[in-house]
Design a protein. Structure first.
Length: 371
């Protein structure tokens, strides 16, 4: 098959699949055509975006730094003590947070809930870190009593891996409650990493201030958001922000590129900072307040429709993830649903229309024989 024909076939397939993408936290509504000339450039953000001498010039490191400045401000990172970089996604940002925690606390123990993203236990194995997996509450938050009990009888520095929006149920581990436990147990030395892959770009844009405070003002040490989730991007990417003083422990100057090697990978995408900058800060920036309120409205609409037909569904406070009983594999495939044991979810992101929600619920009703 000719290459142009192959591309056209692929494009048609993607357009069709987009209409049926209900289950994954990936916003598909974006237009980055202004960046298209850069598809014919090699852009490689090798090195430290906070450096100032780069032998290698084919990069967008300055724009990457501007993206980090913006995200650091959003999460109230200390003005004179932050650092970060644009990662290949949430997974790499979480790996970085854990790596940093291990370098700072080599004998630390990582505590995380059983609702944590599947990549985290793998990363802990890679890093060979000691770990305690804790149960979760019904709605998906970490079991705070279990955390308290575990922390009470261990001497090692705790490294808390907190979920700011779990993958399946959209639950937020409460940083204030975790801090209270650390204070009660008189634990002064600790590290908190927040996995805000999806909800990091939702919670700050709610109409009312959420009760789930989770940023640097709450004493966290590092945080990651995904660029291709709530923001939307043609390629996977993420943003990791931590404290500059933490990173000092790990960077090494590399003479041959004239920069510090303090990122996980060497060569990194120079294209993704352009997408992030457009979406976050340019005159074409997205209106996240509007996108978030529309998504919540559509999530409530879906719940109302499910309820109308006697199908149980729910969402956590401030979450746009609607959880309901797992349907047949035929529907899971058709609507690209994420499933776990007996539950499934849909996520009405900006590209998901009410018409698509109606069509999906109609399919579920037909399958269940509901009128
Ligand atoms: C809570 C959470 N953390 C981390 C990840 C992994 O992020 P990425 O796919 O950007 O690597 C996901 C992906 O869905 C997620 O939901």
């Amino acid at each position: 098959m000719k290459y142009s024909k192959m591309l056209n076939t692929l494009l048609r397939k993607f357009k069709k699949a987009t209409k049926h993408m209900l289950g994954y936290p990936i916003s598909l509504k974006f237009n980055y055509s202004d960046c298209s000339p850069f598809l014919n450039c090699h852009l490689n953000n090798l090195g430290d975006p906070f450096g100032d001498i780069w032998h290698y010039q084919l990069n967008t490191l300055k724009i990457e730094k501007m993206v980090i400045d913006h995200v650091a401000k959003l999460f109230h990172a200390p003005k004179d003590d932050y650092w970060g970089y644009v990662t290949g996604g949430g997974t790499e940002g979480n790996l970085y947070g854990l790596y940093l925690a291990r370098e700072l606390h080599p004998n630390g123990i990582v505590y995380y809930s059983d609702q944590t993203h599947y990549s985290v236990p793998k990363n802990l194995r890679l890093l060979q870190m000691k770990q305690v997996k804790l149960p979760s509450l019904n709605q998906g938050e970490i079991d705070y009593d279990a955390l308290r009990q575990e922390l009470a009888h261990r001497k090692e520095v705790p490294i808390i891996f907190a979920n700011i929006g779990t993958t399946m149920k959209g639950a937020v581990d409460s940083i204030p409650r975790i801090n209270q436990i650390l204070t009660d147990l008189n634990i002064r030395d600790f590290y908190i990493h927040c996995d805000a892959a999806f909800f990091g770009m939702i919670l700050p844009f709610l109409p009312q201030k959420p009760s789930q405070a989770f940023d640097f003002q709450e004493g966290i040490d590092s945080i990651v958001i995904s660029g291709h989730k709530m923001i939307g991007s043609p390629v996977p990417c993420g943003v990791m922000v931590t404290k500059k003083s933490h990173v000092k422990a790990i960077g090494q100057h590399i003479e041959y590129v004239g920069t510090k090697d303090n990122t996980i990978t060497g060569s990194r995408s120079g294209l993704s900072p352009l997408f992030l900058w457009q979406a976050l800060k340019s005159e074409k920036k997205l209106n996240f307040r509007l996108l978030v309120s529309e998504s919540i409205e559509k999530a409530d609409y879906a719940i109302k429709q499910f309820t109308r037909y006697g199908i149980k569904s729910w969402r956590n406070d401030n979450s746009i993830i609607v959880v309901f009983p797992k349907p047949s594999m035929k529907l899971v495939k058709k609507w690209q649903l994420a499933v776990q044991k007996e539950i499934a979810h849909i996520i009405p992101l900006p590209h998901v229309t009410k018409k698509a929600i109606d069509a999906f619920i109609q399919d579920v009703r037909a399958e269940m024989g509901l009128k």
